[in-house]
Write a protein that binds this ligand. Structure first.
Ligand SMILES: Nc1ncnc2c1ncn2[C@@H]1O[C@H](COP(=O)(O)OP(=O)(O)OP(=O)(O)O)[C@@H](O)[C@H]1O
Ligand SMILES: CC(=O)C(=O)O
Ligand SMILES: [K+]
Ligand SMILES: [Mg+2]
Length: 580
């Protein structure tokens, strides 16, 4: 027995249901049913009203129709925001660059989360450095509720605290001015409140290996000190470049124009991080972003750990925010399922003028190795306080879009700022504008083509996607559809940054949520079988039924079925279809 649902009704199936109204409600369709002619059996056409009871009987002809439609029924479609954008702006106008928002006290009410969702948030980031377990749990549940109840498709990312050994605090709730020549004591001693000219370091061994004459740079240049004396584990320092001390400021040690790299004992994943990760898994988060990754090892370690978990697969992202991570960049990117260019802490560890080049390099290596990349921190920093961005900030955002980064991230702008929604709309508008210019300049043609696959199977998949993207651009098709189980073909298509949107049809929910991070990919859930043709048929019927494609639209369909699923062997195909 099948449940009644709106799809069956629209398709005109003949059946009698036990309690159609209840069944409709249960199947999650909020459409009004009272007084509407919604169903009929062979002989009678009836009006459904409350309390109508009948026995479900589906005849053979309809059973076949139902069987085909059940695949559609199980489908939860495109995120409603993308759907709206498509209807308003057409295929080409859909924003391809994804948007991440850090959730904090300024936007954790469900109404605020919904506003961010409507403004285009694709991923919500929770920084485990701040706030309580209960607070994070509450936010995650609210987001899931919005997804389930309102048709959004927002993925959740937790960002670990990591071992930030260089954090210092002056004890006061706001910033303190640091005068030129003033003498300060940096200590690991723990005390409550503030003492004049005293700064607490978050890590006991902070001064190990530090010599008299070394410099301490606060927050990438907010102020600079010179170490004038070591007193036990404490450092007495003179301010050489006056400025400001913010609460929880980050500091780095410099000698002869370079950061002093020290092999401290603290692991990338602390005990608190593991506990936060367990919490994230239990709450069904989609991404875990690892802070202060210096090599591929912690990423591999976490992935091994996750592979032992029965839960859905969680994607591991590595944050590039230390000097060491730059030295091991390729191995970290290869081991991860995505990268965040965490410019905040990176700017503490390398000279600021190097940030633009490093960002471009990381973005390019990520595309080469086919890993999504997020550009993070200070994108619209002034909007924490002001309702408009600086022109320089808009230029910075546009440059990240021009570089074809997969995603842009808001930090304090959404977490604590008064204009989070406005900031998101600035990202949204700047992205669409730069994407348009890139298309007008045919910039996708100038992207370097790297060969990724080694095995024949991998190379075939890659070449199919490269050719499909080129075909889609040259033939100006309206959309690309890809049938993908783990998202691999979808990401290979995205890597080419094609002009039309890529609708990725998958039956795996974690794949669907992970694809949210990829440039130009709009994930949809669908039942996939071993019958490729049937999958394609179902996929197209689904998008047609939602009014996303219409008669005369041309679509390119790329399909992949892994060997484990296909009865015989792996197969991939490209088909060009005109919607009839
Ligand atoms: N959950 C939260 N609760 C309270 N404040 C938050 C929360 N998340 C972020 N914030 C505030 O927003 C600011 C920016 O957030 P963000 O998470 O980007 O900090 P960050 O220091 O750049 O990140 P990281 O610690 O990963 O380097 C933080 O300094 C903090 O004041
Ligand atoms: C996002 C982050 O962690 C940083 O910019 O440091
Ligand atoms: K963090
Ligand atoms: Mg950081």
């Amino acid at each position: 027995m099948a449940e009644v649902n709106a799809m069956m009704i629209r398709a005109g199936c003949n059946f009698v249901a036990k309690n159609p109204v209840l069944d409709l409600k249960r199947s999650g369709f909020g459409m009004p049913v009272f007084g509407r002619t919604v169903w009929c059996n062979r002989r009678t056409t009836g009006r459904v009203g409350n309390g109508v009871k009948a026995v479900m009987q589906v005849d053979l002809e309809d059973a076949e129709r139902l069987r085909r439609l059940e695949g559609l029924e199980a489908t939860l479609g495109l995120d409603i925001v993308a759907e709206r954008e498509l209807k308003e702006k057409g295929f080409l106008g859909m924003r391809k660059t994804k948007l991440v928002c850090t959730i904090g006290p300024a936007c954790s009410a469900i109404e605020d989360l919904e506003k961010l969702a409507l403004e285009g948030m694709n991923i919500a980031r929770l920084n485990m450095c701040h706030n309580s377990r209960e607070w994070h749990c509450d936010v995650i549940r609210k987001i899931k509720k919005l997804n389930e109840g309102k048709g959004f498709c927002i993925s959740v990312m937790i960002d670990t605290e990591g071992s930030q050994i260089h954090v210092v605090d002056h004890g006061a709730p706001s910033s303190i001015k640091v005068e030129d020549g003033s003498i300060w004591l940096f200590t690991a001693e723990k005390f409550e409140g503030s003492r004049p000219f005293t700064v607490q370091a978050s890590y006991e061994g902070f001064s190990e290996g530090i010599q008299v004459g070394d410099s301490i740079v606060i927050d990438g240049g907010m102020a600079t000190f010179e170490v004038i004396e070591k007193i036990g584990n404490d450092l007495s320092c003179r301010c050489t470049d006056p400025g400001l001390f913010l609460p929880r400021a980050k500091c780095s040690f410099w000698r002869d124009g370079r950061v002093v790299v020290r092999n401290h004992e603290s692991p990338t994943l602390s005990r608190k991080d593991w506990s936060d990760i367990e919490f994230g898994i239990a709450e069904g988060v989609d991404f875990i972003a690892l802070s202060f990754v210096n090599s591929a090892d912690p990423v591999k370690h976490l992935k091994n750990f996750l592979s032992t978990k029965p839960a859905k697969s969680v994607r591991v992202l590595a944050k590039i925010e230390s000097l060491e991570s730059l030295q091991n960049l390729e191995e970290i990117i290869e081991a991860s399922e995505g990268i965040m260019v965490a410019r905040g802490d990176l700017g503490v560890e390398i000279p600021l003028e190097q940030i633009p080049a490093v960002q471009e390099e990381i973005t390019s290596v990520c595309r080469e190795l086919n890993k999504p990349v997020i550009i993070a921190s200070q994108l619209l920093e002034s909007m924490v306080e002001y309702p408009t961005p600086t022109r320089a900030e808009v230029a910075d955002v546009s440059e990240a879009v021009r570089q074809y980064a997969d995603a842009l991230m808001l930090s304090g702008e959404s977490a604590i700022g008064s204009y989070g929604q406005k900031a998101l709309s600035v990202l949204q508008m700047a992205s669409c504008r730069m994407e348009l210019w890139s298309r007008e300049e045919n910039r996708e043609n100038f992207l370097p083509h790297y060969q990724l696959g080694v095995s024949l199977h991998d190379r075939i998949a890659e070449e199919i996607c490269n050719s499909a993207a080129e075909l889609a651009n040259r033939l100006s098709v309206d959309a690309i559809f890809v049938l993908t189980t783990q998202g691999h073909m979808a990401s290979l298509l995205s890597r080419n940054r094609p002009r039309p949107p890529i609708f990725a049809l998958t039956d795996d929910d974690s794949t669907r949520m992970a694809l949210n991070l990829q440039w130009g990919v709009f994930p949809l859930r669908i039942e996939l079988s071993e019958d490729i043709e049937a999958n394609i048929w179902r996929g197209i019927e689904l998008v047609k039924s939602k009014g996303l494609v219409k008669q005369g639209d041309s679509v390119l369909v790329v399909s992949e079925i892994s060997p484990a699923r296909a009865a015989s062997m792996a197969s991939q195909s490209i088909q060009l279809k005109t919607i009839v």
